[in-house]
Design a protein around this ligand. Structure first.
Ligand code: PMT
Length: 219
């Protein structure tokens, strides 16, 4: 049977991509499928947690026993997380949040080479960092698990994110053609202030339980 070791706990999870509109028909986004975050949400619910899953646009069914808050943009994702974070015992930030968004969302479809609405020059501004914003408000009994998606220098970059974003642990994965985004399996490292642990390749559903086990070590 499944151990109910998360009963009485509130778990917050972000999943999927964010989608940042350019004009009524175009957007900036990435290849996150939501599989990782949804697997964690499902596993946490099975282990007895009250689960809030803040999800960008994905095509996955709602996991049973999970409260899903659907959002599109990073700003909306932050707002939805702020409401849940205060009572969350464990928060896991698996979403691939767009770092930048178009400064203005055009009312009409942009055209090539049009003086006032040129598709060739979209000015971007920085999105809020959801993990960093919330981890800075973390109380002593709250656990924060960040992720790091890296094409190169996986460990060193994850260590930088651990410090900068004030997470308890970072789940680091290599990304690129055929890696991590949208796959059913993943190979990750746990990077915390003491050590780096390389995990064997496993399914995202198995990984979900392993990540929750690890998170419980910081409670
Ligand atoms: O959804 P899948 O298809 O299963 O793919 C899984 C995954 C590759 C998306 C997942 O394993 C993963 O790595 N998620 C984090 C992706 C990411 O955006 O990483 P990052 O290195 O850019 O960001 C670092 C951390 O800060 C992440 O926890 C991210 O959620 C968070 N962040 C980043 C930017 C931002 N504006 N706000 C954030 O909260």
């Amino acid at each position: 049977g499944v151990k109910r070791d998360l009963s009485g706990k509130h778990v917050l999870i972000t999943a999927g991509p964010t989608v940042e509109p350019i004009d009524p028909v175009r957007y900036i986004s990435n290849h996150s499928s939501g599989k990782t975050g949804y697997a964690i949400a499902k596993a946490a619910a099975l282990r007895g947690a009250k689960v809030t899953l803040v999800s960008g646009p994905v095509s996955l069914p709602k996991p049973e026993g999970v409260d899903v808050v659907r959002v599109k943009t990073a700003v909306q994702m932050l707002e939805a997380c702020e409401a849940a974070f205060e009572t969350a015992d464990i928060s896991l930030f698996a979403a691939a949040v767009a770092d930048m968004r178009p400064e203005h969302v055009a009312d009409c479809k942009l055209k090539k080479g049009q003086a006032d609405a040129d598709l060739g020059t979209i000015k971007l501004v920085e999105n809020p960092d959801i993990l960093k914003t919330l981890a800075s408000r973390k109380g002593p009994h709250q656990v924060v698990v960040g992720f790091a998606a890296e094409t190169n220098d996986v460990i060193a970059n994850a260590q930088k994110k651990l410090e900068k974003k004030k997470a308890d642990v970072i789940v680091a994965n290599r990304v690129g053609e055929g890696l991590a985004f949208g796959t059913d399996d993943n190979t990750v490292f746990f990077v915390d202030h003491e050590e780096v642990e390389e995990l064997p390749t496993m399914s995202k559903s198995r990984l979900a339980d392993v990540i929750l086990d690890r998170a419980l070590e910081y409670v």
